[in-house]
Design a protein around this ligand. Structure first.
Ligand code: GLP
Length: 233
């Protein structure tokens, strides 16, 4: 894995932007996108750039089950606000959280990924080492599936909701196996709270206890960290 350590989120946004720019200039047609606070500075750089996504496809990692696309805390809404409204893609896919039939929703999404193989997949990192919503213990061969969120993930995401009770308990997420199919992966982490997960991802054993550790098995992974996230390396 190729690790870049930067001073802060702004510098991380610029470094991430360059990786997107390079992938697109080399012919990337399908971008795998992520939510959470981490990708925001990259999206700000993409929005401010003259890159044109109108011929590209985006495929997002995950979505809460039970939130409609227009719910302000849904990942659909987040993507619309941070990127798609200002940089429309030819087609943008996010798992359908309003479809409560998990088998249908996840099979449909696997078909979308099969039809649109991902050239560059952006990832944030959970404090417990999750990627997408693949919590510790997830099968490394998993495809899109319904996930019961852990208490630590619910607590970490409660800041986006008025009350922790409003955080959905389930999500649809691409699996670890789906993520590892991407041709190139960019994972980004900022802050002290991610430092232990970063060390386990990069230097620990490849184990289901740390879903991000499976990135060690992928041939083309870029890692962007700030000093605090790199502090346990
Ligand atoms: C959520 C998302 C992940 C994200 C993680 C970290 O659980 N499902 O995709 O990487 O949070 O979020 P943040 O970037 O806000 O720290």
């Amino acid at each position: 894995m190729n690790v870049q350590i930067v001073s802060d989120k702004q510098a991380g946004g610029q470094a991430g932007f360059k990786i997107f720019q390079q992938a697109i200039s080399q012919g990337a047609k399908v971008l795998g996108l992520a939510t959470g606070s981490t990708p925001v500075t990259i999206y700000d750089q993409l929005v401010a750039s003259d890159l044109d996504f109108s011929q590209l496809t985006s495929v997002n990692l995950d979505e809460y089950v039970g939130l409609a696309a227009d719910h302000p805390q849904s990942y659909h809404y987040f993507m619309q606000h941070h990127l798609f409204d200002r940089k429309p893609f030819a087609q943008s896919y996010v798992p359908d959280g309003s479809n409560l039939d998990a088998t249908a929703a996840t099979q449909q999404y696997d078909q979308i990924i099969a039809d649109h193989p991902i050239d560059l997949q952006l990832l944030g990192l959970g404090q417990n080492g999750h990627i997408g919503f693949n919590e510790p213990g997830t099968d490394p061969k998993s495809t899109t599936h319904k996930v019961a969120l852990t208490d630590s993930t619910i607590a970490a995401n409660a800041r986006f909701f008025d009350d922790a009770d409003e955080v959905p308990r389930y999500a649809y997420s691409m699996g670890i196996g789906s993520i590892l199919q991407a041709k190139e992966i960019l994972i980004v982490a900022y802050g002290e709270a991610k430092a232990a997960a970063v060390a386990a991802m990069l230097q620990g054993p490849v184990t289901p206890d740390v879903p991000a550790s499976y990135l060690q098995t992928h041939p083309n992974v870029q890692v962007i960290l700030d000093d605090a996230a790199a502090s346990q390396l």
